[in-house]
Structure formats: C-alpha cells, structure tokens
Design a protein around this ligand. Structure first.
Ligand SMILES: NC(=O)c1ccc[n+]([C@@H]2O[C@H](COP(=O)([O-])OP(=O)(O)OC[C@H]3O[C@@H](n4cnc5c(N)ncnc54)[C@H](O)[C@@H]3O)[C@@H](O)[C@H]2O)c1
Length: 318
C-alpha cells in the first residue's frame, strides 16, 4: 500500500503512520502542523519510507498534487477539539466537512478510490440505546463537531455511491495513549502538575465515558480496511466498558501520587454538547476479529505516564 495520511503528524495519525511503516507500507504524511508535532514523526522519518508535506487540506491544488501515486487515503486531519465549537462555529465546518470534500475531490482527480475516515461517537448526540449500535435511530446532533463529522461521513457515502469509491468509516470513542495531546487526562495532568492540591472537574464528575487505547485504535483501522467487504463500511470503535469521570480522576491521582481537593462545576454535562454517556456497541468490528487489548484503566495510566515523561507536550498545547 502507498498510503496518504492527512493529519499524519497528530496523536492518532502519527501512531497510524508508524503502524503502516511497520507493516511494510510507504506513507505520505500531509499535515499543516496546527496541532501535529514533528517530534511524533522522528522514528517514521528515520525509516526512509515516509515523506512529509507541510500543507493544509483546504489547499486543493497542493493536496491534489501531493496525493499523486498513492492508492489509499487515511483522512485523519480535523479539528479534533469538541469543546469549543460554539465559540468558533465556522471551524468545524471548514476543518471537518469542507476538508473532507477537498480530500474526496483530490482522490477523484488522482483516480484513488479507497478512503478510511476517522469519525466520532459524538455523531450519536445523546442516544437512548446503550451500548449504541451503528444503526441507532438517526441521531439529533448536540455539537458542531459531531454534526461536521456526520456531514463528512455523508459526503464519503455519496462519493462511494456516485464514483465507485470504497469507504471505511470509524466512529471512535475518546482515544488514549502515547502522544495523547488533548482531552480530559491531558487537562487533569497539566492542572495537577501546576497545583497538586486542587482539581476542577467540569460537570458533576458522573459523566460515563468509554475510551480506547491508541494502539488498539490503529489496529482496528487496519483490520477493518482489510476485512470490510462493503462499499460504505461504518464501524463503531471503542472498549467494551465505560467509566465515570471520577474513576478516571482517581486513577490519574493515584498514578501521580497526589490527593487534591476536587471541585465540580456541576451539572450533568461538562459543557454544551458534552454527551453525559458514551458507550458504543462494537459488535460489528469485533465480528471481523478485532478486540481491544488494554482496559480503560490501563489506557489512562499509560497516558499519565507518557505525559509525565514528556512535559513539553503539556506546555505546547496550553
Ligand atoms: N483523539 C480522540 O479522542 C478522537 C476521538 C474521536 C475522533 N477523533 C478523530 O481522530 C482524528 C485525529 O485526532 P487526534 O486526536 O489525533 O487529533 P490531533 O489534533 O492530534 O491530530 C490532527 C492532525 O491534523 C492536522 N490538521 C488539522 N487541520 C489540518 C488541515 N486543515 N490541514 C492539514 N492538517 C491538519 C493537525 O496538525 C494534526 O496533526 C480527528 O479526525 C479526530 O476528529 C479523535
């Protein structure tokens, strides 16, 4: 495979790039480094199997030229921060929906017909069914992030139907692990390093969430790509368990050896658009032979260890 990875310098994209190289594939990383890090690509570059283009997915001509000669596109670049949608409503539409359209057009221009897309469990909004299956009743959107990703999924499906593409779409829960650079573990570790005596938790701390280790996430993507036979393939991707935010706070504090006073901002949600319960039914992907290897607790602990060993990352995204 000659893979084209948008967002290949980010948390999940760089882990995927390493995994593709270790499987013997060549990779073109395309990234504007808005949140991606050169450091994450150091080992990949040393392999000699990766080329990196610094470019924006919204730059159609550079994107199209850079994709030449590739056969599979992993579209991972996005605005991955769910929380600030309402303060900048254009960003999700540009970075997640329009960007996906640009990727599809670049593929069409290059005669590439295989796309893997990193979507999100946020597209389910606040569902009534748990664990939530892929064919849950069409969801009401509660965040611009979820809405913009669902629109991206829609575009991919229409290109599959209209231009004969094959799409493999993964709806991730929150991902944890090495190179993790945004999300609640990041916020808590950074806050506790600055002041180990107190911690502010958004909401009432009883939000229930599922998480998945990044190594399990990229294995799932490759397995899904390999084994899914349909034109448009949609897979939930998460652990078979969930935890409360307070469980995660406890694991983080234990690992860091701190006993802070915890203050909750209150309410069922951390912010507008935060889903109080995310737990996805992953039977569809599991039936193809995938299963996660790390528990949520172990994933949180690995993430804390990584952030403690790489404090520069905590400062880089302040
Ligand atoms: N991390 C999670 O918990 C999670 C959960 C669900 C879905 N996702 C999705 O997975 C993907 C990767 O997320 P991540 O956590 O690795 O985030 P990240 O911010 O670490 O990675 C995104 C990468 O895309 C690049 N990028 C962003 N906009 C770009 C643009 N316009 N042009 C070129 N490059 C651009 C960034 O520089 C970065 O390297 C995203 O699509 C995200 O929506 C992530």
């Amino acid at each position: 495979m000659k893979a084209f990875v948008t967002g290949g310098a980010g948390f999940i994209g760089s882990t995927l790039t390493d995994r593709l190289i270790s499987a013997g594939h060549d990779v073109v990383v395309y990234d504007n480094f808005s949140t991606g890090k050169e450091e994450f690509l150091r080992e990949a570059l040393a392999s000699g199997r990766v080329t990196v283009t610094r470019g924006d997915v919204l730059d159609q001509s550079l994107l199209t030229a850079s994709m030449r000669g590739c056969d599979t596109v992993f579209h991972i670049a996005a605005n991955a921060d769910v929380r600030y949608g309402l303060t900048n409503p254009r960003r999700d539409v540009d970075q997640n929906t329009l960007a996906t359209f640009h990727v599809l057009e670049a593929m069409r221009a290059n005669g590439i017909g295989r796309i893997v897309f990193s979507s999100t469990g946020s597209i389910y909004g606040e569902p009534d069914v748990f664990p939530t299956p892929e064919d849950a009743p069409f969801p009401v959107q509660t965040s611009l992030y979820g809405a913009s990703k669902l629109a991206g999924e829609g575009l991919i499906s229409a290109y599959c139907e209209g231009y004969g593409f094959r799409g493999v779409i993964f709806r991730f829960v929150s991902i944890l692990g090495e190179r993790y650079s945004h999300g609640h573990v990041f916020d808590f570790v950074r806050s506790l390093r600055a002041d180990p005596t107190r911690l502010t938790v958004l909401g009432n701390g009883q939000q229930r969430k599922s998480y998945l280790y990044v190594g399990d996430c990229v294995e799932a993507m490759l397995l899904g790509l390999d084994r899914a036979g349909g034109k448009v393939n949609i897979f939930n991707l998460g652990a078979d368990e969930y935890c409360e935010v307070t469980d995660s706070v406890g694991w983080i504090c234990d690992r860091m050896g701190v006993r802070p006073r915890i203050e909750f901002t209150g309410g069922e949600r951390g912010w507008i658009g935060d889903s109080p319960f995310i737990f996805l039914d992953c039977t569809r992907l599991r039936s193809l032979g995938w299963k996660p290897t790390l528990s949520i607790r172990d994933g949180v602990i690995r993430t804390v260890d990584f952030l403690q060993a790489h404090p520069w990352l905590l400062e880089a995204r302040a």
